[in-house]
Design a protein around this ligand. Structure first.
Ligand code: CO
Length: 211
């Protein structure tokens, strides 16, 4: 059978099972969404936000891109962010990177071309910001440390956006979390947190969790 047909069959089974367990499940879904979390993660197929946090549909608003980068001129990310914060009023925003990230490895190697090459300039900027620390590490440890530093820098960039600054100024309950997911054991390592009181010009580099 063609692979895509498996997706459709699996979908039928999923819907039937849910309806059997909770006959009103889909009626409740239609009523609206009230997620408490916005997840900004990598597009990597192995980092499935909902599944690895056991979050059911409706629990998490999600934006994913290559290497979980934040740019305030990215209208895709910014519209997701604006809607999540001003309309859905999520209370937590998580930027989750992951060890073994191909995007970060490519930024480190400086060998990406085409659209990916253009996209990864933000990640190359992270490398530039922390060049001394990265250069001082053995070669085999550089990519995963850059993953951690990338989460830190993207979280600061997120905090600096007008959407977040306005929410903080208005006293909205909002916490920003920097996490890294480890493909090898399936566990998330929390690295840092930013709230309205955090001075953004002195956010420290996170302690290396895995190098
Ligand atoms: Co990745």
């Amino acid at each position: 059978m063609r692979e895509y047909k498996h997706l459709l069959l699996a979908n039928k089974a999923w819907a039937a099972e849910l309806k059997e367990e909770r006959p009103d499940y889909f009626e409740r879904q239609v009523a609206g969404q009230h997620p408490e979390f916005l997840w900004i993660g990598c597009s990597d197929s192995r980092v499935a936000a909902g599944q690895l946090t056991n979050t059911p549909p409706g629990g998490m608003f999600i934006h994913r891109n290559v290497a979980n980068l934040v740019n305030d001129d990215d209208i895709n990310l910014m519209s997701v962010l604006e809607y999540a914060v001003t309309v859905l009023k999520v209370r937590h925003i998580i930027i989750c990177g992951h060890y073994g990230c191909g995007g970060i490895a490519a930024a480190l190697a400086g060998n990406a071309t085409g659209y990916v090459g253009q996209w990864l300039r933000t990640a190359e900027q992270v490398l530039h910001n922390h060049q001394d620390e990265i250069d001082a590490l053995p070669e085999g440890q550089r990519a995963n440390r850059l993953v951690e530093l990338n989460v830190r820098d993207q979280l600061v960039r997120l905090a600096q956006t007008s959407v977040i600054q306005n929410a903080f100024a208005a006293g909205q309950t909002l916490y920003l979390h920097g996490w890294v997911y480890d493909l090898r054991d399936g566990l998330i390592k929390p690295m840092m947190e930013i709230d309205a009181e955090t001075p953004l010009d002195e956010v420290p580099r996170p302690q290396p969790v895995l190098v």
